[in-house]
Every structure is written in structure tokens, then in C-alpha cells.
Design a protein around this ligand. Sequence first.
Ligand SMILES: [Zn+2]
Length: 487
Amino acid sequence: MRLPIPFLALFGLLAAVPYVSAQAPVPDRPPESVAFDFYARGPWRTDVVRPATVLGYEPGDFHTSYEAYERVVRDMAKGTDRLRSFRIGTTPERRAMHLHAVSAPANLARLDEIKAAIRRLADPRAAMSDTEREQLIARTPVIVWLSTTIHGDESAGFEAGLHVLYQLLGSDDPSIRSVLENVVVLLNPCQNPDGHARFVVWYNAHGRGWAEPFAWEKENPWNVSGRLNHAYFDLNRDLLVLSQPESRAAAAALLEWQPQVVADLHGETPSYFFPPAALPINPNLPRAQLEHWLDVFGRGNAAAFDRQGWMYFVRDTFDVFYPGYWDSWPSLHGATGMTYETEGGGKRGLRTRREDGTLITLRESIAMHVTASLATLETAARHRAERLRDFREFFVSSLRAGGEGPVRRFLFPPESDPVRLAPDGRADAERDRGWPPRCGGHGDRSPFPRRRPPSVPDLPGGHSDCGSRAAPWSHGAGAVGARLRTG
Ligand SMILES: [Zn+2]
């Protein structure tokens, strides 16, 4: 087939690209809009090694691999008494999933006591006087969960997590010390290590830092798709079904710690986003309480961004509705769940030119995530007691609503459910999923006693519903139950 002249000219142009790029990898470098000092919050503890010292490059100059991140944390841990790390799971590609707890040494020494206090606040069935509640709150730090990467190709959050850790472990700035005394920080560095690994290998091999918005390095190919996990599943849609091992690992850890604040870091939007969130808000959430706290944390972030002169926006399209997101699902468990979106990194690579000619860089995007994360921790520290008080109220109001509404209990009969009809061997799977036991139906291998739960009535028609699973409405997690019913 003959090609028309314009096509031949295009081929000629494409053939010249390698030559041009070899001569000038970064053809134009307009000024960055931000100069940010990652080391402004001194004095610094010299025993805690800086990430740049281990990695050999400063924040945003290169993409950090998951294994290099693990190495930095191991090296930083040698010089600090502010860190305890937990392995919470394993990915399909056999990477370890971690949760890093950072707090003052006195808090780390009594983590079990703190968890027990939080469990007590979250159990409205046990009576508690106001005096008892206030005494409990007075000696309990607020728990803040920072999830810094879930979409593996949104790279600024991953890098930011490392530098948030360094700030918390290495700085003796008064604001950091206040955070450590009042907060247990739980940093989940990467919810999706397998997807992030695909992205980083690809970008580090091919990315040159071209500023052109449509340079080919700005979109990882479909078979890289770092956003998705090993099974090419979007983990920020999975909390309703919990179909992926990474989701089950992190969800179990979240339920174990029961944080009062959760921030989930993402990218890339026209400028930085943090709450207040857009409507709709999930109707099963206590709207006034949630909106109050989204406003408090949003204003804390806004003040920090105003000091830097950075652009940001709120609301727009980021709602708190679908319960499978990492902001809504923790909110349904009593947390203030929030999504943060930074501008660059990820599909904008090391640098991208904005329409006004300035550059948005990976470094600047990391700086924004670090600033928002630290501002969130400072806000949580300032409002520790009020946030814990409202956390208790979330569960008390859920219990009250369950006892007052027209719907009091849901029954799930066994018909048509192959798991429930299976003669034996399924009880272990049900227990692993945290399902409540049911009467009868299991074979001899059932670990549950064969007894009829007292809360299960007979079904209409006179036959027993033994074998059904009963979910009473009036329990502390009523908001979750309500959402699952309609979800
Ligand atoms: Zn994302």
C-alpha cells in the first residue's frame, strides 16, 4: 500500500525523535512553582538516617522501589525509639505488607492498653458514665491512619509516606513532639505493592522527565497499569466485597486498631484536593458529625497550604458515598475518612508543564502530600479529646438508632447459598471471614457449638429458621450493616 505524503512526513519526524531526545532529554525547564525545604522542621536527630542518604537521591529526583523503601525503614528503625512495625499480610506476588506505628515511646510501650481503651469506647453495649468516659479519653491518644498508596501509579503518595516517616522519627520540632504525645500514627505505606512495583520498574526504565503533557512516559501501558493490583483489580473499590488479599489484610488491621482519622493519599488532580467532601454523603453516616470533622481537618490543611501559597480545592466530585472506598468504609466504622489528591507525580511523571508555563514536579507533589499529612496529624493532636468523644458518640448513636427504627434485625436464610448449604468444611472459611456462627448445618468439623442463637426468631409460616444468620440492627456497627443492606 502506498502511503500519502503527509504519512511519510510523519514517519520522518518520528524517526528523528531518538536523535533529538538523546541530545536534549529535557528540552525546556520552566521554573518550578514551589521551593520546599524537606528539612525545615529541625532540630534533627542524627541517629535517624535520612532517606536521601540511603537512597542516593533527594525527594522527587527518582522513583523509589518497594524494596528500597523497606530498606530505608529498616535503617531508620535502628536509630529511633518511636517506631514499631507490623507485618499485616502478603501480596499475591509474595511481597510483605507493613503497618508502621509511630508515637512517643511511652505510648508505644502500652499499645495493647490503648487498643483496649479504643475498643471500650467503640462498644456502646457496655455502660459507661461520663466520668469514666472522660477518664478513659484523658489517657488515650487519638489513632490516625495514613494510607499513602493504593493506586500504584500515583507515585507521589508512596514517596511522601517515606518522608512523613522521617519527619516523625527524626525531628524534635515542638509540633512533631506534640503529635507523638497525642497521636498513634499508623502508616500503611502501600496498599498495592505489586502494582506499584510494575509502575516503578517501567517508569524508571523509560521516564526521562519530559515536561510535555503528552509525552509517552506520562501514561503507563495497559499491561503495566500500576493503578491495579496483581489481579488487575482496583483496590479502592474493594472494601464492600473484600475480594482481594491486600484488602482483607488492611481491613483486618484497620478493624484491629479502629482509628478515629483516616487519610487516603492519591493523585493527580488539577490542584491539591482535600475535604470537605462533595455531596452525596452516605445517608447511614451521622452527617452533622462527619461534616463537622471534615471541616475541621479541611481548615487545618488549608492553613498549612496557605502558608506555602499553594492552590487547592474542596468538594467537586469527591464524595463520601460508596462504601467500598478507603474514605467511606472507615467512616462507616467511626473514623473521619478522607481522600487527598496531589497534583503531580504518577501519570505526570517527574515533571509536567502546566498551561501557564510553570512546572508541576514529583518533588512538589510529594511536598504537598507531606504537608497535608503532617497538618492532619497536628489537627488530630489539637482535637484529640473531642475526636475521641465523638468516636464514642458514633457507636452510641448507632446502637440507639438500631433500637428505635422500623427495622430491627436482618435474617439471611440458607436457601440458594451454596456456602451455607455445604455439608461440612465451610465453617472455617466462615469464621475466617468474621461471620457470626449459626445454629446447625455444619458437619462435625464445625468449631461452633450447635445451638440456636437466642436472637433468632422463627420465620413466618411456622418453620424454624435454624441455619439462618441473624444480623441485629442495634449494635455499634449498625451504620455498616445498613450500608451493606442497600449496597
Ligand atoms: Zn487514586
